[in-house]
Design a protein around this ligand. Sequence first.
Ligand SMILES: *Cc1c(COP(=O)(O)O)cnc(C)c1O
Length: 351
Amino acid sequence: MKSQLNQLCAYEPGLSPEALKKEYGIEGELFKLASNENLYGPTPKAKEAIKQHLDELYYYPESGSPSLRKAISKHLNVDESRILFGAGLDEVILMISRAVLTPGDKIVTSEATFGQYYHNAIVESAEVVQVPLKEGGFDLEGILQSIDDHTALVWLCNPNNPTGTYFDQETLNDFLERVPSHIPVLIDEAYVEFVTAPDFPNTLELQETIENAFLLRTFSKAYGLAGLRVGYVVASSDAIEKWNIIRPPFNVTRISEYAAIAALEDQAYLKEITHKNAIEREKFYQIPQSKHFLPSQTNFIFVKTNNSKALYDELLKVGCITRPFPDGVRITIGFPEQNKKMLEVLKDFNY
Ligand SMILES: *Cc1c(COP(=O)(O)O)cnc(C)c1O
């Protein structure tokens, strides 16, 4: 057994709504606002697409998801040879780590970011350098200073989970120009569809000139397909060719592939969802207590408090399951009814 597994734990899902109801003696409905899923669900067209392919379940999927590849290639205007799909971004992160990292390598990332960069690096015997946050967001200057001869991957998350914060185009440009061009910089944009800031980086355009800038996206969040597991990376065709060797042959299922295509095609639905999210998000920043919230460009908000357990409990009492961290609580923005209840709690809370 790899000895480094002793340093890690298996992923721990929070308690289920049923278990929480029992533990806290809650009567009414409980809403899961702990994992940043899109409560509105996917476009009905995705469900239609699934139905159309139900008679093909006994066939393996087409390896490499060629139909979805065509659709993404067209949507983003990038060559098909530059896209690799995973069973969610989680699997993409695993494949890249497995393909690239060897003992003695380092990855550089931030503190307080998505845990899978760290997890997979440790599994592959690499060392993890975690640069502290600066004013609640990624410190790209600090990350740049931490890059050395052993750095094999840099992981950025923009906007970042769990903070919801982002770095702008100019900051990213300046950073990428100074990172040695042989080091892949992986930019996880799981929440990009929710962004409204006009100075958010256009990473697709950046990729045309900076060849080690790679981006990751998923159908789990704004597209509402977390249950189906589809994510992808856009990178150089050389990198994709190598990483594809790691990919399990039939990793993305047939129904996932067709549901994702239908979701991608319904951009009007996506726009409606993200617009609703932006309106609801703004309601949180209207209250004076929002000075305790980190600024969010996503469908969740990080509330800073040293009483995170108490805030988590208060939110649970009004029917909302959130995600506690040592220095705060991350709440996924819900339907207007739940947001109203959460806002009442947040107005009264002793931070
Ligand atoms: C949710 C999330 C992922 C994982 O997405 P899947 O495609 O569901 O595996 C990756 N990165 C970030 C930052 C996320 O929040």
